[in-house]
Design a binder for this molecule. Structure first.
Ligand code: ZN
Length: 497
């Protein structure tokens, strides 16, 4: 057997995967509303073919033989990655997997109705069943009695367990919750009413394109379209697509989502050509991907240095709305802290607290016999404790996210991991490169090249911790993130220290 034998299957795997990705991109952006029922037949056929291409006996034989061959680092990584995929799929009996997929399809539908009608009771049996089955599947994959929740965490952020995350969230609870309380009691009032004036969407589109270009989004290899919720998708390093959503009465929303998704896109543009068309030719994990988008959105996009030269451009562009808004007021505005109930609308400081609520609930469900009737109450109590606000109903409480209904359990922590990793990378680059002058002078080719060299080019060859240690000499920790948040918001809100 040689690596070429695997390549035959790999090309097919990549092509089928690309076709499926294209369908899902199309469903979110262009496909007509009524297409979904019939298109799902195509998707079903392609998915079955993909499953077979990844797990057929011939491929398994090739992979096991290649394990003992003398392969390059990249080839070894492909084999390892592929075997992990098989391990995940093989241990769950096919009928149970099929039944679970159907439950999730139904579950998402019931969830969206329940959210609309503020009706937790109708979703509860599905939620309970989804957790129960996910737990059982994790049990099939358990080795050495590891905690079941750790198995799911590893799916989204390889090598991260409750041990690291408990330490991380404990630090946040001890440092960030009191900081937020101080801010909520401070008398520094930030007026950002300018943000909610009317900003014509056509003009927003022009400015967003300008800003994407400014920060290095490559329009020869990428496109920007619109969708309900912004996201990034990619086919290889020469076809990366992002979306945004424009609101007439909110300037920031599309602006920062474009910067965020451009961060995701930059990761994918920078993947090495040698691995671009392989299963490891993608960002290494949810958390590392999110670190790159937040690096662009928060560390760069909400940075006073970034706006020094381009705020006058924005101001001139929307002169009617911004002529009386000074640079300082705008900087305060885009960094304002407002505890809110909805995770996706959260500011930079309160965001991880939303994640902490979800992490603690998932963990509790996995570790004890939880009565699902009590979950909405538990959710509300945690919001009161950490954010100082209580949801009025379950629609803005426990029903707000799609994740659990689609079986994405263990996913949420990767958002918070991303923010912390971004701060860790920022602190290192600030010290060892000219990062801040690059930001101020718009030298995004330098930033793109640096992140490309140290993180992006490797795709999924190394995991988050391996990349962090290679770059900064330290593994994941909360120190830089907490320092960054404390420093930033103490200054912004003139808190006494
Ligand atoms: Zn993101």
């Amino acid at each position: 057997m040689s690596y070429q034998d695997l390549e035959k299957y790999m090309n097919k795997r990549q092509a089928l995967n690309a076709a499926l990705t294209l369908f899902s991109w199309d469903q979110e952006t262009e496909a007509p509303h009524e297409s979904v029922d019939k298109t799902s037949m195509y998707i079903g056929e392609l998915s079955r073919e993909l499953f077979d291409t990844i797990t057929n006996e011939d491929v398994i034989k090739i992979l096991h033989e290649l394990e003992d061959e003398d392969l390059s680092l990249k080839q070894q990584a492909v084999v390892k990655h592929w075997l992990k995929d098989i391990e995940k799929l093989e241990k769950i009996p096919a009928e149970e997997y099929q039944a679970h997929s159907e439950l999730l399809l139904k579950g998402q539908h019931v969830w969206s109705e329940a959210k609309l009608k503020n009706d937790y009771a109708s979703f509860k049996p599905y939620l309970e069943k989804i957790f129960k089955e996910e737990k059982r599947f994790a049990g099939y994959r358990q080795i050495n009695n590891q905690p079941l929740y750790d198995i799911l965490l590893d799916d989204y952020e390889p090598s991260f367990t409750m041990k690291e995350l408990d330490a991380f969230f404990n630090d946040l609870r001890n440092e960030i919750v009191p900081l937020l309380k101080e801010i909520q009691q401070s008398d520094h009032i930030i007026d950002k009413s300018y943000n909610y004036k009317e900003y014509p969407i056509n003009k927003q589109k022009v400015f967003n394109k300008y800003i994407a270009n400014y920060i290095g989004f490559d329009f020869n290899k990428g496109v920007i379209k619109e969708s309900e919720h912004p996201f990034t998708t990619n086919f290889h390093n020469c076809d990366v697509r992002i979306t945004t959503h424009y609101y007439k009465n909110n300037l920031e929303s599309a602006l920062f989502s474009t910067i965020h998704e451009s961060g995701h896109a930059t990761y994918e543009f920078n993947i090495d050509d040698d691995i671009s068309l392989t299963p490891i030719g993608v960002g290494t994990s949810m958390g590392m991907h999110e670190s790159q988008s937040r690096f662009y959105e928060n560390m760069i996009g909400r940075n006073p240095l970034f706006w020094k030269n381009i705020y006058p451009k924005l101001q001139n562009f929307f002169l009617d709305n911004l002529k009386d808004v000074s640079y300082d007021q705008f900087m305060d505005g885009i960094n304002k802290v407002e505890a809110s109930l909805i995770r996706t609308e959260a500011d930079e400081l309160t965001y991880p607290l939303h994640i902490m609520v979800r992490y603690e609930i998932e963990k509790k469900i996995f570790s004890e016999d939880v009565d699902f009737d009590t979950l909405p109450q538990l959710w509300n109590e945690k919001y009161q404790e950490y954010l100082g606000i209580t949801p009025k109903n379950d629609t803005e409480g426990i029903l707000q996210d799609v994740h659990w209904s689609s079986g994405s359990i263990g996913y949420f922590p990767s958002y918070a991991i991303g923010s912390a990793v971004a701060a860790q990378i920022y602190a290192y680059m600030k010290e060892h490169t000219h990062l801040e002058s690059w930001i101020e002078n718009g030298q995004f080719n330098m930033i793109k090249a640096y992140l490309g060299e140290h993180i992006h080019q490797y795709g999924a060859i190394y995991n988050t911790n391996e990349l962090l240690i290679q770059l900064t000499g330290e593994s994941f920790n909360s120190k830089y993130y907490i320092e960054y948040l404390k420093d930033k918001y103490t200054k912004l809100y003139h808190l006494k220290r």
